[in-house]
Design a protein. Structure first.
Lengths: 554, 132
C-alpha cells in the first residue's frame, strides 16, 4: 500500500524529528509571527488539502486574483516607485519633486504638514510650531500652484495623502490642472480620502463620521463623470498597522473599511461598477516576511469574492484589488540607523513578492526626522536594485503553491472573514468605530507587542539586543522656523490681495449646500478658484457639521 | 501610600497616539494613577488637567517636531501656577540637538524612540518629588 502524506509525516516526526529534538531542543517552546500568529515548524501537503488550486488560488489575472491582478506580473509592468515627500514651503517641496523625477521616480506623492491635514491655516493657534514640519504647508490654491510649478500634471501621476480635507485639496489640484490647460479626464493619481482609518488609527479627523462619509461619496460621484481616471480613495491599512495592529487586523479592518465605502456609494445611488474600479488600497510592509506576503495574497482573494458575491459587481475591474505598499515606519529604529536600510529592503521585497502595484520605501533616518535628500535617494535605489538586479520580477507569484504561504494565506482569509462577521453584527464599520471596537483591538495588540519587546520575546536588533554604546550620529534634516514665517507672510498677503467679497460668497454657498444633500465638489471648486483658504473652507463645514471628539481607548 | 498621579498628554495637532497609549497603560500597570488627556491638547489645557488632578508627573508625547514651541509654553504656565515641582517628561521624536534645550527649560527626562517602558517607570520613581 502507498503511504499517504499524513502517515509519512507521522513517521518522520517519530523517527527523525523526535530523536533530534532530544539531542538539541528548539530555541523556544512556540514560534509566532511578529503579529503573534502561531507558526508550525513544518508545512506539508496535508496543511493545504482543503485548498483547491484552481478555485481557491487560481491564476494570475483571473478570479480570485490571489496570484495577482496582472496576467504577466511584473514582466508586463513594474510597480510604480512612488516616494512620499514634502516639507517646508511649497517651493522647497517643488525642488525635491523635481529631483525625485530626475532620479527616475515615476510618480509623485505629496506629504502635507499637520495644519493642512487637519484643515487649519498656518495662522491658526493650533498650527503653532507645526507649519511645514511633517510635510508641505498648503493653505490655498496659490500654494498648490507653487507646489506643481513647472511640473505638467498631464504627464505624471500624483498621490496625495490627505483625508479629512481631501475634497478641498483635490479641488485645488483640479484648478491647477485647469490653469495648466490639462483637461481633467487626463489626470491620473490618487487621493487617500480614507476617513475611517483616521477614526480607527491615525486620528486626523475633523467632522463626525457620517458627514465625513458624505464628503467621500461626493468625491466618488463627482469623479465618475468629471475625473474618470482618478483613484478616488486609497483605503489604508498602513496607519492601522503603524498604530500597532497585527497583520490580520490590518487586513480585516482595511477591507471592512473598503466594504463600508462601497456600501455608502451604493446607498448614495451609485452603480458599483461605476466607482469601485477607481478604489485602491494601501498596505503596510512590515518585518515578518511570509506573513506579509500571505496578507497581500489574501487581500486580493477576499476583495474579489466580496465584490462579486456581496455587491454583485459584474466588471472584473471591480473585483481586482490594486494596492500601494509602504515599508513599516514603525519598524525603523533610531539606534544603529543604518540597519533600517536592511529592514526596508526586506520589507519592500515582501511587497514585491506579494504583487504590490506601487511602492514607497522608507529612508534610514525616519525614526529621527524627515529624510534627507541622500537618504531618500538611497531608499529609491533600494527599489531599483530589487526591480532591476534581484531577478524577483520574473516569475509571477513565486510563493504560489508553497504549502506554508498558501496555508498562511488561507488563515488570513478566515481570520478576516471572522472579523467581517463581528463588524457586520455591530451594524457596519461606522457603528463599530462609534463603539470603539477596532480602536480597542489595536490598542490591545500594540500593548501586547510592546510587552513582548520588553520581555525580549521579540528581538529588535540594536534596541533590545545587540545594543551598541557610543554609536556615531547620522546627519538629519532639520526644518527651521523660516518655512513657517514665509508661509505666514504669504497667507497674510493673499488675504489682502484676493477679492474677499467673492470668497465670502463662495463660503456662504458652501455652508448652505452642506446643510442640504447636493454634491459639494462644484462648490469647493468655486471657493478654491476664489482663493478661499483651506482653513476657511473647512471652517465653513465645521460650522454646519460640528467637530468629532473621540473617547480615548487605552 | 498615595499612588503617583501622572497626566499623559498629546499636545499639538498630531494624532499618532500609539506611544502615549502604550506608556499610559504601562504606568498604570506599574501602579500609578494615569490620566490620559486625549488628543490635541493646548499647553493651557494640559496644565489645567494637571492642576485639577493634582498630578505629580506630566508626560508629553510629541512626534511632530513642535516640541520647541509646546514645551517652553507649558513650562512657563507651570511656573505661573506654582507647579514647578511637577516632574515633566517628553517622549517622542526629538532631534539630539534639541534635548539639551528641553532640559535647560526644566524638562527632566527626554525619552527617544526605543526606550524601554521600565526605564521610564524607573526614571519617574527616582525623580518624582517626595510628598508630605
Amino acid at each position: 500500500m502507498k503511504a499517504t502524506a499524513g502517515t509519512a509525516r507521522e513517521r518522520w516526526q517519530r523517527e527523525t524529528l523526535e530523536p533530534a529534538l532530544k539531542k538539541a531542543p528548539e530555541r523556544a517552546a512556540t514560534f509566532t509571527t511578529i503579529s503573534g500568529h502561531p507558526i508550525a515548524r513544518l508545512y506539508t501537503p496535508d496543511d493545504v488539502d482543503d485548498i483547491d488550486p484552481v478555485q481557491d488560488i487560481g491564476a494570475p489575472g483571473a478570479f480570485p486574483y490571489t496570484r495577482g491582478i496582472h496576467e504577466s506580473g511584473y514582466q508586463g509592468k513594474l510597480w510604480t516607485m512612488r516616494q512620499f515627500a514634502g516639507f517646508g514651503t511649497p517651493e522647497e517641496t517643488n525642488g525635491r519633486y523635481k529631483a525625485l523625477l530626475k532620479a527616475g521616480g515615476t510618480g509623485l506623492s505629496v506629504a502635507f504638514d499637520l495644519p493642512t491635514l487637519m484643515g487649519r491655516d498656518p495662522d491658526h493657534a493650533l498650527s503653532l510650531g507645526e507649519v511645514g514640519k511633517c510635510g508641505v504647508s498648503i493653505a490655498s490654491l496659490a500654494d498648490m500652484e507653487s507646489l506643481f510649478d513647472s511640473i505638467n500634471l498631464g504627464g505624471i501621476t500624483t498621490s496625495m495623502t490627505i483625508n479629512s480635507p481631501a475634497a478641498m485639496i483635490f479641488a485645488m489640484y483640479l484648478v491647477v490642472a485647469e490653469r495648466q490647460g490639462v483637461s481633467w479626464d487626463r489626470l491620473s493619481g490618487t487621493i487617500q480620502n480614507d476617513i475611517l482609518k483616521e477614526f480607527i488609527a491615525q486620528k486626523e479627523f475633523i467632522y463626525p463620521p457620517r458627514p465625513s462619509m458624505r464628503l467621500i461619496t461626493d468625491v466618488f460621484a463627482f469623479c465618475t463623470t468629471e475625473v474618470p481616471k482618478w483613484n478616488t480613495i486609497s483605503v489604508s491599512g498602513y496607519h492601522i498597522r503603524e498604530a500597532g495592529s497585527t497583520a490580520l487586523q490590518e487586513l480585516a479592518f482595511t477591507l471592512r473599511d473598503g466594504i463600508e465605502y462601497v456600501q455608502w456609494g451604493v446607498d448614495a445611488g451609485l452603480d458599483v461598477d461605476a466607482f469601485v474600479p477607481r478604489m485602491s488600497f494601501f498596505f503596510n510592509a512590515h518585518s515578518d516576511f511570509f506573513e506579509e506576503i500571505a496578507k497581500y495574497r489574501a487581500a486580493r482573494n477576499i476583495w474579489a469574492r466580496v465584490m462579486r458575491d456581496r455587491f454583485h459587481a459584474k466588471s472584473n475591474r471591480s473585483w481586482k484589488l490594486r494596492f500601494h505598499t509602504q515599508t513599516a515606519g514603525v519598524s525603523l529604529t533610531a539606534q544603529q540607523a543604518y540597519n533600517n536600510v536592511v529592514r526596508t529592503a526586506l520589507q519592500a521585497l515582501s511587497g514585491v513578492l506579494g504583487g504590490t502595484n506601487s511602492l514607497h520605501t522608507n529612508s534610514l533616518d525616519e525614526a529621527l526626522a524627515l529624510p534627507t535628500e541622500a537618504a531618500a535617494t538611497l531608499a529609491l535605489r533600494t527599489q531599483q536594485v530589487l526591480a532591476y538586479e534581484s531577478g524577483v520580477t520574473g516569475e509571477v507569484d513565486p510563493f504560489g503553491g508553497s504549502w506554508f504561504v498558501e496555508k498562511l494565506t488561507r488563515e488570513m482569509e478566515e481570520g478576516a472573514l471572522a472579523y467581517f462577521d463581528q463588524i457586520d453584527r455591530m451594524g457596519g464599520m461606522v457603528e463599530a468605530i462609534e463603539q470603539g471596537f477596532p480602536q480597542r483591538e489595536i490598542a490591545e495588540s500594540s500593548y501586547r507587542f510592546q510587552q513582548a519587546v520588553e520581555r525580549r520575546d521579540k528581538t529588535i536588533v540594536g534596541v533590545n539586543d545587540f545594543v551598541q554604546e557610543g554609536e556615531p550620529q547620522i546627519e538629519i534634516l532639520y526644518i527651521d522656523e523660516g518655512a513657517a514665517d514665509r508661509q505666514l507672510a504669504r497667507l497674510k498677503a493673499l488675504r489682502q490681495s484676493r477679492d474677499n467679497g467673492r470668497v465670502d460668497a463662495a463660503l456662504d454657498a458652501l455652508r448652505s449646500a452642506a446643510a442640504g444633500t447636493g454634491n459639494l465638489m462644484p462648490l469647493l471648486l468655486d471657493a478654491v478658484r476664489a482663493y478661499a483658504t483651506l482653513g476657511e473652507m473647512c471652517d465653513a463645514l465645521r460650522s454646519v457639521w460640528g467637530e468629532y471628539e473621540e473617547t480615548p481607548v487605552i | 501610600m498615595r499612588k503617583l498621579r501622572v497626566v499623559i498628554a498629546k499636545p499639538g495637532l498630531d494624532g499618532h497616539d500609539r506611544g502615549a497609549k502604550v506608556i499610559a497603560r504601562a504606568l498604570r500597570d506599574a501602579g500609578m494613577e494615569v490620566i490620559y488627556t486625549g488628543l490635541r491638547q493646548t499647553p493651557e489645557q494640559i496644565v489645567s488637567a494637571a492642576l485639577q488632578e493634582d498630578a505629580d508627573v506630566i508626560g508629553l508625547s510629541i512626534l511632530s517636531g513642535a516640541h520647541n514651541h509646546i514645551a517652553p509654553k507649558l513650562m512657563a504656565l507651570l511656573r505661573e501656577h506654582g507647579m514647578d515641582d511637577v516632574l515633566v517628561l517628553v517622549g517622542g521624536i526629538i532631534p539630539d540637538v534639541d534635548v539639551p534645550k528641553l532640559q535647560a527649560i526644566g524638562v527632566k527626562g527626554v525619552f527617544l524612540p526605543g526606550t524601554p517602558m521600565q526605564a521610564i517607570i524607573d526614571f519617574i520613581n527616582g525623580n518624582v518629588r517626595v510628598r508630605a
